[in-house]
Ligand binder design. Sequence first.
Ligand SMILES: Cc1ncc(COP(=O)(O)O)c(C=O)c1O
Length: 492
Amino acid sequence: MDQNEAPVLEALAEHQKLKRYGFTPPAHRQGRGVDQRVLEVLGEQSFKSDVVASSGLDDRKSSNGYLSKAEELMAEAVEADKAFFSTCGSSLSVKAAILAVTRGEGELLISRDAHKSVTSGLVLSGLQPRWIKPRWDNELKMSHPPAPETVEEMWQRYPDASAALIVSPTPYGTCADIEAIAEICHKRGKPLIVDEAWGAQLPFHPDTPTWAMSAGADICVVSVHKMGLGFEQGSIFHLQGNLVDPVRLNQCADILSTTSANVMLYAAMDGWRRQMVQEGKGMIDKALELARGLRRDIDTLPGLHVLEDELVHAEASHDLDILHILFDVSELGISGYQVTDWLRENCRLDLGTNDHRRVEAVISVADDQETADWLLAGLRELIGAAPNLPRPPAVVIPDEADLFLETAMLPRDAFFGPVEVIPVEEAPGRIAAEMATPYPPGVPLLLPGERINQAAVDYLRSGVEAGMVLPDPADPTFKTVRVVREEAHRSF
Ligand SMILES: Cc1ncc(COP(=O)(O)O)c(C=O)c1O
């Protein structure tokens, strides 16, 4: 195929050149009806590009096959058998993958460090999760992807599970030994799904951690907006081998998806793939070089320490994507939450993943020395301001023994069954009916169906006091919690 083509992008250019007009959605008619104040912010061009996919960009039969051609080009570029574009984020793609491999019944081996979009797939599907324990670093109080031996043990205990699902890279950039895990799954004829939401750039450079398709995974899911150059919500799932039916996968995505996909997302993914094929290696080289320099520079700043060697060794993760610069701020006597808020307020800088003692800056191919210097200047200012910031309240982190909660009910039954709202002090021993997820990075501490323990309550309550954000519980302060009803009072 000709990787210099970008069929969706080119079709959109043609649509604009021909000045096509449709008596179909979107009703804004390429921006004609849109308020000037909206156009001033969003730009006329974005409305010109917002056209319906069939009977708009393509004809009513999609005879030109722009989208399928773009997907074929994508698959060829990353050496997958098939690629499917989605406009509903990896949040949809992972659910489609789970449904396709399990057919919505039975058991799934799933790493307990999965993102909430993955675990919410368990509520939708009614599956029985069989949790693979990630490695836990008790000193750093953070988890790493599970070891291959742990996956092997889980298959021995649950040989009838339909598939295994792991996350790699994690939002911290740490990576699993996908190759070894894929081999373990394939020995049993079972597929491996890799949530590679953070791995869009991996296929385009040999010095990045292993790309899941090269490591033998059957399905991998990628968010193009996280590490690639596409709009928010653009996601791709890649497929290879014969353990997963591509038609079923596509149909599972279809039943979950919108029927009004935004073609701008497709066009951006299409153009990004072409750019990566043509220039990706050089662009990623520069980003890696920038990240190496920035890691060194941040590490020399007083009170800051960049995590690297601690994250990659036999008991930790298999590999690290160095574009994720995770640094410890505890020596400054302030929390990662405070650092994030301070940089936003005082330096117009936003950082992503943060916790009681760490913050992460993620470098992309769009960064350069100027943006790196901006971050460094912000951090220097922060160091000067830190002594005057209030000391953060302590966060009570659970020990490993208390961290992994018992799954007492199917997540779906706990979520949809009768519930009651109780003060959180009364929660230990009760079964959660809702998720509680420190965000970002978005790994739920508590899932529907899990028996709540005192350590979980202490962690979440002390976390919220210190600045942790919990977007999903009905009471985000976590003073009350929805649990499975056991007595008949205050029910919904
Ligand atoms: C590991 C992981 N998987 C899946 C997702 C969901 O991706 P999206 O935002 O594209 O829906 C995220 C989002 O942060 C994530 O970190």
